[in-house]
Ligand binder design. Sequence first.
Ligand SMILES: [Fe+2]
Length: 256
Amino acid sequence: MSLSDLAVRAASLAQRFQRIRSRTLGLCVGFSAEDMMVQSMPDASPAKWHLAHTTWFFEQFLLGRDPAWRPRHPEWHYLFNSYYQTVGPMHARPRRGLLSRPSLDEVLDYRRRIEEAVAARLHAGLDEAGEAIVELGLQHEQQHQELLLTDIQHALWCHPLHPAYDEAFDGFAPAALRGNPKARQEWAVQHLKWAASASKNLGIKAHATFSGSLAWPFIYPFPQRPAGLVTTAPDWLRAVGRIPDPFLAKPAAAAG
Ligand SMILES: [Fe+2]
């Protein structure tokens, strides 16, 4: 690969890093610090924890490769590690809702600092292993975007007044249905039914709840919310021979 090809690839990775990280914060618009600390069940995590954990991933596995890297808060490693047993002990998952500290502002500052450091590494040029770690971190970030959304939906649903759910999730519905909870619910129920049919047609016996984890938007005309959530499905579908190329040439039409 030529030097110019390497430069283009690094620039593309840096752009995706910025875009995907920004999208995570975009999903949190409208939520208060209190909303983002709720853990409504042992299997769910607070939104604030998701923001910190995905940042910790880049610090631990990319920046930490440099022996000179010194974490500003090494004690946070225990708080934001998750199931990576090989890199040390961790706080119990069912008790993440007890983590009132660091504050949301401190976590957002943590995200900014680590993003600046990662961007600097990308700008300086990473080796192949470093680029692979960034790619892995971005896939991990998108996995946690789905988790963040489902977790906070459950948290808000658990609130007896269902306060913020209606406002925060209006953006997921088509523009014509915004501000109309009844129509929006009917739209959402219909999409779940289509998703169940898609699973059945694909031979999937257990229905997954994370729509972005599957490739439904490329098989059935589901609008992605937010648009562009699924970015790699066409390659995967082509590889497994699930769908012909001509259809894959039009993913934008399905993205809505
Ligand atoms: Fe994770």
